[in-house]
Design a protein around this ligand. Structure first.
Ligand code: ADP
Length: 584
């Protein structure tokens, strides 16, 4: 492998010890003996130079490749922006697969099912996650014409995907992750809803039920709804909508699975409906995609745009500058990426979706001294996301002028609305940033902190102790800091019940469990309002929460325009498909 030579005049990144461990284990290129052949600086330069070199294809580009590589390098090493993990791992290498998210179709035949298992294996090997809709498979027990036998049904076939994932993860860059989706009107829906009720079952899957508008209306009116046989479109049974909804809620209460996605809403925002319906999302739910579509993600670290000298504490010019560079970066990633299937290359080339999102939201709120669970935070969240949406679209427009619009632009909804042209069919997604946030040393996605200080288990049993830097600083400023206190906080996570601490500190430094479930959801909805794709967010509930509480959250998510919702009740038995550093 040819490793690019790092210029001698660029600065070495200053990287926190936790990030160093994560990068060493999985991200740095290794030689045949398993030892790294690059250091952290080498990794960031490899990525920056590979992504900037795509610029030469475009005659109209105003960027000199070397200058752009340096800009990308400093964007990443200052942790203002990071691309998704596969880009960090594979840019400028032989594998060259740079996207985190894929959706594959699963057709109703042995050939199609096993082709899909194979395609998923190739994607997992490269560090990507896959989403599938199993809704096209005929129900368990249905006739198979060619053999006269009976079909096994979606849940049974999911087990094959699960086992294949298990094996591939032994040799891949990271463990594979899957999303399995079934429409609520599929005849096997009840089996699907309960398919993860036993601990360890389908452990490489997150599952979600695709709810339709028709179904939600039947729940509201307390009516029955029809189940539809996928192979012929005919009615194949009826169920009482409220009973199905109650089962969904009960299973989510027990284990966190399944989640729900609102399929009609996702398709209402499908920018290219002429290419067909969106049936599934990527593993963590934030990226709805067409079959054979892939998307690369990247996230801006909001903690880095705090500016104590500006009126409202935010450096909007800097935010704009980062956004424009990040969109250019992600658009170049599409060209630099080598996909494992020609069909994926074609679909990605048609729509050129990118998903620019945010991380460090909780950190920014800490710096601004705004409580996460406040009206002020919701208003600011909307404002920040609206800005990112508008600037990412403006950047995509500039790229369209330089490089042309995405190939399917003329048949897209943007053309109908006469906005654009754009270079990318979508520009925004809020990803979980499980590993990226460790590398950047910031809070993940738009989530509140899980704990203000904690011991983190990372890979192979290693333990890391971490305290949130803004929390520590605030304690020192108010002379509340002590080692004993920090140890106490590490045990409890939250300071909600530490009455000796100043009130304003307790109000601002809240954790996921201090935030009321409805505020979790309101925050998700605030960001969703200005996000093309979807928002990764967990609604945390205390272990004492009832099924009724979950039902209310689901209903609120529907009414507030969310594209889906994931709940997690503290202490319930779920072992989710982790997308955090802990899964590595
Ligand atoms: P990262 O921080 O590593 O870039 P995220 O936690 O933001 O990743 O997850 C974004 C998406 O990346 C997920 O929705 C999923 O599609 C994919 N992904 C995350 N973790 C894994 C994994 N362990 N294996 C495969 N794909 C993954």
């Amino acid at each position: 492998m040819n490793m690019p030579v790092v210029p001698t005049d660029i600065e070495k990144p200053s990287i926190n010890p936790n990030a160093e461990i994560v990068l060493r284990k999985r991200y740095l290129r290794k030689g045949p003996d398993g030892n790294p052949v690059e250091d952290v600086q080498g990794m960031f330069w490899r990525v920056a130079s590979a992504i900037a070199s795509e610029e030469v294809k475009y005659a109209k580009s105003s960027f000199d490749v070397d200058r752009l590589a340096r800009e990308f390098y400093s964007l990443m090493t200052s942790f203002r922006f990071l691309p998704n993990s596969p880009t960090l791992m594979n840019a400028g290498t032989e594998l060259g697969q740079l996207a985190a998210c894929f959706v594959l179709p699963v057709g109703d035949s042995m050939e199609d099912i096993f082709a899909s298992v194979r395609d998923a294996a190739l994607i997992h090997k490269s560090g990507g996650g896959t989403g599938f809709s199993f809704s096209r498979l005929r129900r368990e027990g249905a006739r198979v014409g060619s053999t006269g036998g009976v079909a096994s049904g979606p849940v049974s076939f999911m087990k094959i995907f699960n086992t294949a994932t298990e094996q591939v993860k032994q040799g891949g860059t990271r463990r594979g992750a899957n999303m399995g989706i079934l429409r609520v009107d599929h005849p096997d829906i009840l089996k699907f809803i309960s398919c993860k009720e036993r601990e360890g079952e389908l452990n490489n899957f997150n599952i979600s039920v695709a709810l339709t508008e028709k179904f939600m209306q039947a729940v509201e009116a307390d009516e029955e709804y029809s189940l539809i046989a996928p192979q012929n479109g005919q009615e194949d049974g009826r169920l009482r909508a409220r009973e199905v909804f109650a089962l969904l809620v009960r299973k989510a209460w027990e284990s966190g699975d399944p989640g729900i996605v609102f399929l009609d809403r996702i398709n209402r925002d499908n920018p290219t409906p002429k290419q067909g319906e969106i049936e599934s999302t990527n593993p963590c739910g934030e990226q709805p995609l067409l079959p054979y579509e892939a998307c690369n993600l990247g996230s801006i670290n909001l903690a880095t745009i705090y500016d104590p000298n500006s009126d409202d504490g935010i450096d909007w010019d800097e935010f704009k500058r980062i956004t424009h560079l990040a969109v250019r970066f992600l658009d170049n990633v599409i060209d630099a990426s080598r996909y494992p299937l020609d069909k994926i290359t074609e679909t990605v080339g048609r729509n050129r979706k990118i998903g620019l999102g945010l991380m460090g939201w909780a950190d920014l709120l800490f710096q601004l001294r705004v409580p996460y669970n406040s009206q002020e935070a919701l208003i600011l969240g909307e404002k920040v996301m609206k800005f990112l949406q508008a600037e990412s679209k403006a950047a995509s427009k500039i790229l369209a002028e330089e490089r042309g619009a995405f190939a399917a632009y003329d048949e897209s909804t943007y053309a109908d609305k006469k906005v654009g042209p754009y270079r990318n069919a979508t520009t925004t997604t809020i990803a979980p940033t499980g590993t990226l946030s460790i590398i950047a040393g910031c809070s993940s996605g738009i989530e509140p902190l899980f704990a203000l200080s904690f011991t983190r288990n990372v890979m192979d049993g290693e333990k890391l102790v971490e305290a949130n830097p803004y929390f520590e600083q605030a304690l020192r400023e108010t002379e509340s800091y002590s080692k004993a206190l920090m140890e106490d906080v590490a045990k409890k996570g939250s300071i909600a019940h530490m009455e000796l601490l100043p009130d304003d500190i307790r109000r601002v430094f809240v954790t996921a469990h201090d935030v009321e479930p409805t505020y979790h959801l309101k925050m998700q909805a605030a960001f969703q309002k200005f996000t093309d794709n979807a928002v990764s967010k967990t609604v945390n509930l205390p272990s004492s929460a009832s099924e009724e509480d979950i039902r209310e959250i689901y209903w609120m998510a529907y009414e507030m325009g969310c594209k889906g919702v994931t709940v997690y009740r503290d202490g319930c038995k779920a072992s989710q498909v982790l997308c955090t550093g802990e899964a590595e």
